[in-house]
Structures are given as C-alpha cells and as structure tokens.
Ligand binder design. Structure first.
Ligand code: TRP
Ligand code: ZN
Length: 881
C-alpha cells in the first residue's frame, strides 16, 4: 500500500448510514484454525439515509462461505463478495434479515485485530475497525445493535466462554466434546465494542451492589496459575466503581462485569461492553513482579476502561473524528480518580510530565493534528497523545472556565440527553453552554487547532501606585496544513507571591474572572492589579491550568523563591524544574561549557538542600518529583531546533553528578531513613517513600558516590520487592563496568520465568546511554526472553531503544537504520505495532543537520518499501511531508 493511493476520509463528508442493523445474532464455533462465524443481521433502511441504496458491508481479509436473505439462499447475481466488502445490489426497501457465514483462522491472525489466539486464549479486538475481520458488517460507530452471541468450543480447550452482557444459557453439545454459552447484551452498541474470550482461565471475583441496589458479579480472568496476581485489579475496579457513583453519579448497568488479561495485545486495554480486555501488563500485580508504577497504571487503566462504560459505551461516538469525545473525557475522568485516590499535586505533576513528553513533542513535529482531526487515512494512527492527553486537558480547562458546579450539571445533562446515542463534540459542548450560560464557540477552537500555544508574560511593579501590571500574549505556531492560527481561550490560574505568601488580588479588569483566574482569549491583554503592597513574584499557570508553553522571564533567584514559597505545589515543582531546564538548555546548546553547568548547579543544590532538610520528608512522593531532573527529551524539546543529543546528555550528566556530590549527606540519609527492607505495601504513601529513596539512589549512582555500583548492589540484595530491585538495576545502568553486567545477569536469572519483568530488564538495557547499546539490543533480540511477535517485548526492547535520546540519535545514523529495519520487519505481521514504532521519528526535524539528514534517509527508506501497510505508509508519508 502506498499512502498516496489510500483514500482520505474527511469529517465534512460524514453522512448517516443508508442502513441500520437493529439486532445481531452471532453463532461462533471456535477452533484454532477454522472458526466458523454465522451472523444473523436484522436490517432496515435508515430513515435518515438514501432510500433504495445498495447494502455495502465492510470486510477485511474475509472469506464468505454462505449468505441468505430472509432465510433463503441469495442468487449469485444478487451480491458481490470480496475480502474487503460484501454488496447486496438491490436489497428489499424494508426490514429484512441477512445470514452471513465466514470462516476465520484465529491462529494466523498476527495483526491482533479481529479474532485471534494469544497463548492459547481466543480473544477479540474490534476497535476501531476489527469487527469487519470477523464478519461483514456496517462497521461504523453510529450503527448500534443489540447482540446475542452463542459461543461454542471444545470443553478442554476453552472451558471459559465470555462475551458482552449477561450469560443467558450454557450447555453441552450432545455427542461431542464441545460446550456452549449464550450471552445477551441488552444495550445497543456499535460493533467496535463487541468482544469474546475463550480459553482455560483462572479468575478472582467479588460481589458488588451498585448505589441503586443492583447486584453485580465482578471477575478478573487471568492465565492459569496467575490468580494470585489479579487481586489489585479487582480491588481497583471496586474502588473506581464507587468513585464513579459518588463523583459522576454513574452506576453500572449489567449483572456481570468481566476483565480478562491476555499476553498479546496491541495497546493498553479495551472497554468492550461488560467484557474489558487488557494487556496483562495492566492487570497482573504482586510485589515481586510489579513496580509501584505498575500498581498505579493498573489502577488508572482499570478505571479508564470502566469509566468508558458511560463515556464511550452508553454514549458513543458518531464517527471516528469524535474519538476525543470518549477518550479525552475518559482520560480526564481516570486522572481525577487517581488524583482522589493518591496525591492530587503529585498526580498532576506526573500527568504534565507525560503530556509534555508525548503530546507537546507530537504537536511540535510533522505528526501534529488537532484534538479532533479533520481527515485521516488510517484511524488507528489517531489514537494519539493529542486525542487522549490534550483531549483531557481541554475538558480540564472547560471545568476551570465554567466552574465545578456548571461542569457537574453539564455532565449530568450530557448523560441524560445523549445516553444511548452516537454523539458529537458539538452535542457535548452544547450541554455545558446550557448549564453555564456561556458561549463556548470560541472555546471550541481547542478541538480544531493543532500546535501548543505559547504565552509570553511579563510583569511590572509600580511601587508608588502600589500596582502590578501583568502583560500576557499568546501565539500558536504553524502546524502541517494549518499555517495561520487564531487565539484560543486560555485559563491562566495565578497568584502574586509576596514575602509572606499570596497577596490579595484586586483589579478592575474584565479578564480577571476572580478566584485567581485570568481568561486570556485575545492575542494579548494587560491586567493591572491594585493595592499590591510589595513587589510580588508572579506565579502563573498554577496547577498547569492550560496546556501551553509559558515564557516568563523570572530570575533564577525569583524562581527559587517560588520553589520555597509558592502556595501552589505544582508551581513549586515547576519553579525548580525551570531553573534546572535553563541550565540544561544553555549547556545543551553549548552556549555555556560544562564547567559553567557545574557552577549553575550550586544554587539548585542549595535550594534542594534546604528542601530536603525541611518539609521533604513530610511528602516523599512530591519530594521525589522535585529531585527528578527534567529529562534529556524535555531539554531537547525546549531547545527545539538544531538539537545535539550528545551535548544535552553531557550537560544533563554534569548537572546530575554535581547535585549528587553536593547533596551526598542528605541523599545518603534518605537511603537509611526509607530503608529498602521495609515491609512492602502498594499504597501511595509507601510508594512515595520508595520513589524518594530511589531518586536519591539515582543521583548518588550518577555521581558515583561511595561507589555508585556498590550502593545499587546493596539495595538489590536488601530489596524485598520489584520496585526497589528495578531501581537498583536502573541505577547501575548509569554506571559502567563489571558490576553493572553482573547485576544485569543476576536480574535475568532471578526473573527468568517472568516475561513482564524481563520486559523491564530489556528496556533498562535499551536505555543505556553509550555506543555499545545498539549492539547490545541486537544481541538481546536473540535472547529467549525476546520475541518479535509479542507487542510488549517489542515495545520494551525496540521501543526502549527508540526512546534512547543519544543512541537512537547516533551521529552515524545506525540507530535510525536499525529502527527502520525493525519497522519494516514488524509491518509484515503487525502493522499497528510497526506504525507506533515508526512514530519514534516524530521529532526528527528538530535535530542538527547531520542527524536530520540521516533520520530523513531512514524514513524515506521505509516509505519506499513496496507492500507497506496503510498504517506505516501513512506515518511515513506524514512524517516526511
Ligand atoms: N479504546 C481503548 C482505550 O482507550 C484503546 C484502543 C483503541 C485499543 N484501539 C485499540 C486497544 C486497539 C487495543 C487495540 O481504552
Ligand atoms: Zn480509552
């Protein structure tokens, strides 16, 4: 497939389906290589469609074995069937049924879309357009049907048979070794939410009574022998269900809710109605095989998929352009859940780190697109940080702008008005316009315009008039296909920080919305605050109130004052990050030498020293975020052009080393205070203590204090959980020599039978910042822990390498060539995984000329390959455009 030959699908071309499918009766007989699917579709003309239109059903690599209309075989001249579609030329102009039989080979399905087998378990993945790989269908989200599904399989091979909704019958198939189960889902749903699972699985379960008194049976299914690792997922499920009842007033709506973990999965998880299917990495957890980070991700993703039951399933999307309607909103909901379960400021800091690392970099490169794209060639390439994370930021801003109360009423109205429909962003926003009484048409520009806006801010204090003037201006850079930009609506949460804390804010400006909020909705504006008794330091974008870059020229001294005195935790963290970023950017640009980077570390070290001897220990999770320097990628993005990754790395290492040296006594104290032999519990407070301890270990290891390797080895020996052992491994990869290789070996031996843990081991090695890493990665591809057919293994090793700033971007281009070769190899079996990997090239244009040419050449090499998937062809084309 050449990208140029693929049709472009446009939002403006949307029109309703000519036909509707009210009911779907599936009869699926599972067998490893020959699964038979009989679909009975109850069709009728759509009153909103073209009368007399032919019926054109979607297919993908399908083989038709039989077709009937109203129970009678259809004449060969009445239809045309191919792998990609089935057309009934002159269907009756009334309701009728169509019976379609197809035969599938789930074992040969390496794309992991449609019905496939993963470690002997049958499962499905239908979003976005995988259902058409199971049967011919109107595979679009605005066609919603009631499903009844009969599953049949060999009893020994698949004792567990699951589908959406409630189980209404089970039984044996007489005279055979087979059995069946019938599932009925009363809620009409689009085909992308269909799912089935069949296999030998263990489970854990729990009864749950909803706020409105409904009894629900919850269960988490895992590979045999792994039930001991399913408890945290189940616990998270119960907590997020209660939370959704309490915070959004949403109750569950079926008798059962099943979660299934599978080991081959293209993404994180999938919200199929009543039957969520997960990448096992986001379900399985125990202290020996999951880190604190894993526990937190499991909690968040369990919640995310569960929350889709209302935001995605009950209310779905009219078309795939509206993807953010369910994804942005559901990410917002899962972020809020995690914030309530853990520490709100720490959650915000880590979400903003992710946003900047993934979304800001996407927005700054050739793959930039609006939160609601206007056109696509391959929808699977639009499950992006922009749709998910920036989509969530837009909801967050909406809440800030209209206030929590109008937001809550708007959500209630949305749930009431749009329940059971396939909705649009316009319908969603209309609910909030109504409850807030505000015109949201300008705000809606957030959905249309790509690129990260920059706010340029400056302040002036007039001591005589006791006034403080704040000038704010916004610009949004050009992005592919969108050269001119309009101002957007920016909520700027702020405070003016004086010696004794926040000063009262008084102004006559209409841009000041009260409650410490300025709404910047024009190219620029000035706000004059009166009765300001002393020269303040402005604290802008508190809580990161808008997803923008901020240019505010504060001195390092002022930033360090904010670090110690700001009442907003996020901005305290941000202030120190800003000071560090400034030094790293100057070093990374080679505007200053490494000696000067050392010099600039002194005030940062002093501030950290005061911090660590003060409150740090009161909130270890926050302190851990403070100790963690901006990443090399953060610095590269800040530099933005002519990027030299080696110079950034040198500056980064220098700063970290200096801080490690300067803070040695405090850091060592943290190691003893938060002892690695403490009893393990996954709760947020305990995780925070480990996070702080392990940040301290990293700085000590970089600086090689008391022999960095020895500290890491000690921790490895003492640790009673994976979090601390993995931190020891990561710390030792910052050092060189024999001890590192020995610990790498010990880790592999210890976890030889734990693929998910070995993924972390693969990744830790793929991230080593030294020239030998490429060869190491190639060697590891031969390791028995690696497999090119498992997405988790690929993401860990190859994806890890592609995220290695200095080694992916090697000056000889060998990193690019390697990743490009892997993309081509993977594309033959799994285009989605291949195209995600190719996305690693998204920042190539910001590199210095030599690397830029080399990266471009590798991209062009991929683009030229004959027989590319649409997924990879589309990314290659857009990345090069
Ligand atoms: N809708 C899923 C979520 O956000 C993600 C998803 C989309 C997905 N397409 C997929 C998962 C394909 C696996 C494979 O929760
Ligand atoms: Zn989602």
């Amino acid at each position: 497939m050449r990208a140029e030959d693929t049709p472009l699908i446009r939002l403006e071309d949307y029109r309703p389906s000519d036909w509707l499918i009210d009911t779907v009766d599936l009869d699926i007989s599972l067998a490893p290589q020959q699964t038979r699917v009989r679909a009975l579709l109850g069709l009728r003309p759509n009153p909103a469609g073209q009368p007399g239109a032919p019926l054109i059903l979607d297919g993908d690599e399908l083989v038709l074995s039989a077709i009937k209309l109203d129970g009678a075989p259809l004449d060969a001249s009445a239809f045309t069937a191919g792998p990609q579609s089935l057309t009934v030329h002159a269907p009756p102009r009334r309701g009728f049924t169509l019976t379609i039989e197809t035969v599938l080979d789930p074992s040969a399905n390496t794309k992991l879309m449609g019905l496939y087998r993963s470690s002997k378990v049958y499962c499905t993945q239908c979003e976005a357009d995988g259902f058409r790989r199971i049967t011919y269908f109107l595979d679009r989200p605005d066609v919603m049907s009631v499903y009844t599904v009969r599953l049949e399989a060999a009893k020994t091979e698949a004792p567990v048979l699951l589908s959406n909704g409630n189980r209404v019958a089970t039984g044996e198939v007489p005279g055979s070794d087979r059995h069946f189960a019938v599932w009925h889902d009363p809620h009409p749903k689009p085909a992308y939410l269909f799912a089935l699972v069949g296999g030998a699985l263990d489970h854990v379960r729990e009864g749950y009574v909803t706020a409105d008194g409904q009894q629900v049976e919850l269960a988490v299914y895992v590979e045999p022998g792994k039930a001991g690792r399913a408890g945290w997922a189940l616990d998270s499920l119960v907590r997020c269900m209660r939370w959704d009842e309490r915070v959004f007033g949403r109750n569950y709506d079926l008798d059962v809710f099943n979660v299934v973990a599978v080991s081959d999965f293209n993404m994180g998880a999938m919200e199929n109605k009543g039957l969520n299917i997960f990448n096992d990495k986001y379900v399985l957890a125990d202290p020996q095989t999951a880190t604190d980070g894993d526990y937190a991700s499991i909690e968040a993703i369990i919640a995310h998929e569960y929350f889709h039951n209302w935001t995605g399933n009950r209310i779905t999307c009219r078309d795939w352009f509206q993807l953010c309607l369910k994804e942005g909103l559901t990410v917002f909901r899962d972020q809020e859940f995690s914030a309530d379960e853990r520490s709100r400021p720490v959650k915000r800091i880590s979400d903003v780190r992710t946003l900047r690392a993934t979304q800001f970099s996407e927005d700054a490169g050739p793959l930039a697109h609006p939160v609601r794209p206007r056109a696509y060639k391959e929808i699977n390439n639009f499950y992006t940080p922009t749709v998910y994370e920036k989509g969530a930021e837009v909801i967050r801003m909406l809440k800030v702008l209209i206030g929590a109360d109008a937001f809550k009423r708007g959500m209630d109205l949305y749930f009431e008005r749009c329940d059971g429909t396939a909705a649009t962003i316009e319908e969603f926003l209309a609910c909030f316009a109504e409850t807030s009484g505000k015109d949201l048409s300008h705000f809606a520009r957030w959905y249309e315009q790509a690129g990260t806006p920059t706010i340029v801010a400056s302040g002036r204090y007039d001591a005589r008039a006791k006034s403080y003037t704040l000038d704010l201006a916004q610009t949004t850079p050009p992005t592919p296909g969108q050269t001119t930009k309009q101002p957007v609506v920016l909520p700027v949460a702020l405070g003016l920080v004086g010696k004794g804390g926040d000063l009262p804010l008084t102004t006559g400006s209409s841009a000041y919305a009260g409650d410490g909020l300025i709404v910047l909705d024009q190219p620029s504006l000035s706000v004059v605050f009166s009765d300001v008794v002393e020269a303040p330091i402005p604290s802008l974008l508190r809580g990161f109130s808008a997803p923008v870059r901020l240019e505010l020229d504060l001195s390092d001294a002022d930033l360090l004052r904010l670090f110690s005195a700001d009442s907003d935790s996020f901005n305290r963290w941000q202030a120190l990050q800003s000071v560090a970023t400034r030094a790293l950017v100057a070093g990374g640009r080679k505007q200053i030498g490494l000696v000067e980077v050392q010099t600039r570390s002194a005030p940062i070290a002093a501030a950290l020293e005061a911090f660590l001897s003060g409150q740090a220990v009161a909130d270890p999770a926050f302190a851990a975020q403070v100790l963690r320097l901006p990443s090399g990628g953060d610095v590269a993005r800040e530099i933005g052009q002519d990027v030299d990754p080696d110079a950034i790395h040198a500056a980064h290492r220098t700063l970290a080393t200096e801080l490690g040296f300067a803070l040695t006594p405090q850091l060592l104290k943290l190691l003893t205070k938060f002892d690695a032999s403490a009893r393990y519990s996954p709760d947020a407070a305990s995780a925070g203590r480990r996070a702080l301890r392990n940040e301290a270990l990293m700085l000590l290891a970089v600086a090689d204090i008391q022999s960095g390797p020895a500290l890491a080895e000690d921790q490895f020996d003492m640790a009673n959980n994976l979090t601390d052992r993995l931190a020891a491994l990561s710390a030792i990869t910052l050092t060189t020599g024999e001890a590192r290789e020995e610990l790498i070996e010990r880790f592999a031996t210890l976890y030889a039978d734990e693929p998910l843990v070995l993924d972390k081991w693969l990744m830790a090695q793929a991230l080593i910042a030294e020239p030998g890493t490429l060869d190491r990665v190639k060697r590891l591809m031969q390791h028995k822990a690696f497999s090119l057919s498992n997405p988790n293994r690929v993401r860990a090793l190859i994806g890890g390498f592609a995220a290695n700033l200095t080694q992916f971007n090697r000056a000889d281009g060998a990193g690019y060539a390697f990743v490009a070769d892997m993309v081509i190899a993977l594309d033959r079996t799994n285009p989605q995984v291949a195209s995600r990997l190719l996305g690693s090239f998204k920042s190539w244009r910001m590199l210095e000329p030599i690397r830029k040419d080399l990266a471009q050449a590798s991209l062009a090499m991929v683009a030229r390959m004959p027989g590319l998937s649409r997924d990879v062809a589309d990314i290659a084309e857009r990345a090069l455009a």
